[in-house]
Design a protein around this ligand. Sequence first.
Ligand code: B12
Length: 333
Amino acid sequence: MTNSSQQDFDVEPASDDSDASDPAPRGVAASGVTGIGIGAIAQEIGLTKDTLRVWERRYGFPLPMRSPGGERLYPQEQVTKLRLVKRLLDAGHRPSKVLAQPVDMLQHLAESSGVGQDAPDAELDHLISLLRRSAYEEFRFWVLKRATRDGLERFVLDVAAPLAARVGNAWAAGTLQVYHEHLFSEAIQSTMRTLMRPLGDALRGRGGRPRVLLTTLSGEGHGLGILMAEAMFTLSECECIQLGLQTPLHDVVDAVAAHNIDIVALSFTAVLPAQAIANGLTDLRNLLPSHVRIWVGGSSPALRRKLNDGVVHIAGLTPIDEIVADWRQSAVL
Ligand code: B12
């Protein structure tokens, strides 16, 4: 991302909406039209409130209505366009090139640059249609059957990861709801844990290195990335300590010391603003002993920028085997 587009995300002090905690995210404008408050929109889309205000001033979009109390209210069609804008920006397009465009042009741009497009796969389509029809037992059965047939690695790479992307695309297109995302996550998590448990148990106590601690930072509520990474680390014979989601930094540091951890592995989707990721990684790097490595992965565009010294970005799941082998070669065990 260039410096000029970086400025479009910079935080600025002006803050004239008083909905910091967003107690009533939905409201009615003076015109009687309903809209959603700035805090709720920023959280849903993964932007800061200040970014929305900067764009409004600089590009004239989004252009919210005002409540009788003067607070910004965004109508649904602007929210829909903002979702699309965010996905295009995550894919590397620049704010100055997308914000002023009408929504049909943006859809065209998304199609031509492959944003939100699913690769053809009849079985994955079938799984999505089961979710959509709320045929949850059937969905779980198919997921477990495929996992049992394919084994952990193939299941993660060929089913779980592309299915997550498909579910996200369907949610963005409005054809799946948030509860479908929850059901999907539960089925994938329980299937992966079932497959991983015997190997993880067998590895425990063998003194295998590196010892990898997996978690997400505060604000990152997506846990499948870190679970998929755990599967790949386990297959590379690492001993894994899975802390789950949103561990406060000081608890990460305590767990690293208590479990004699070599590597802290973190996962980031696009929901956390880039600045929050940079700050979190800087703080964590300063708190951890220098021999403890920090490896990060996930779809956040912030990871494609220059990262702090002492933080390594792993692009995807397949390089895990190789980077673990490199660590073993360089570490004094
Ligand atoms: C399931 C899901 C949820 C579930 C999560 C449940 C759970 N316990 O995990 C629920 C319903 C709670 C949820 C909530 C939200 N979600 Co959601 N969610 C998803 C979905 C479908 C999968 C999430 C996931 O875990 N992805 C992580 C992994 C699987 O994908 P990845 O980041 O591309 O990472 C890949 C690799 O890089 C690698 N990897 C990942 N981590 C790591 C780490 C290491 C160390 C390594 C080596 C590799 C690695 O593995 C992955 C496999 O290829 C995604 C769609 C998607 N494409 O991801 C949306 C998605 C992430 N969600 C999104 C949004 C907007 C939200 C919400 C704001 C609104 C909503 N949908 O409810 C909230 C915010 C929650 C929060 N505060 O974080 C957007 C984010 C877009 C954006 N630009 O901000 C997405 C992309 C959907 C979309 N298409 O718009 N979500």
